[in-house]
Write a protein of this length. Structure first.
Length: 159
């Protein structure tokens, strides 16, 4: 019976260890890996890939695809910041998407001066849900070494 109890305790400790690891999910990225320039405009909504990764704790963000995939059921918070250089004809804007569903948008149009927009949301995600940013059609987004355009998210708590 002592050996059985030891095995049960060992399994419980391992389960707690795994649960603690899943709770460590956070990422922060910027649009361009290097240099400066515009992304867009495109004549259709276009998924964005944020290539410069500041942190990717838990490796749930994929810098090759731009997709965040939830590793655990829980409440997650996401933030997006878009920057534009100002244009009489082009705004800057991106949509926070969950499994292909439009959640919220950061959108700004300033005809002659730089502009910034931001937004964020807390979402209940199931294991495997996918969150990403999609650039709004006919917009352009600017980024450079100052990292104006960013996308971040983190797990608040599991459920």
């Amino acid at each position: 019976t002592i050996k059985t109890k030891a095995n049960i305790t060992e399994k419980q400790v391992e389960a707690l260890r795994k649960d603690r690891e899943v709770r460590r999910v956070a990422f922060s990225t910027s649009l361009l890996d290097s240099g400066s320039g515009f992304t867009g405009p495109f004549n259709t909504h276009t998924n964005l890939i944020f290539r410069n990764v500041f942190e990717n704790i838990g490796n749930a963000y994929n810098p090759q695809t731009g997709l965040f995939t939830a590793p655990a059921r829980g409440a997650y918070h996401f933030e997006l910041y878009m920057y534009g250089q100002g244009s009489p004809t082009l705004a800057s804007g991106a949509v926070l998407m969950k499994n292909g569903q439009h959640i919220c948008i950061a959108y700004e149009h300033q005809p002659s001066h730089p502009s910034a927009s931001s937004n964020g949301a807390t979402l209940l995600l199931e294991v495997g849900d996918v969150v990403f940013l999609r650039q709004w059609e006919n917009t352009r987004i600017y980024d450079d070494g100052n990292r104006h355009t960013t996308f971040s998210g983190h797990l608040l708590f599991t459920m």
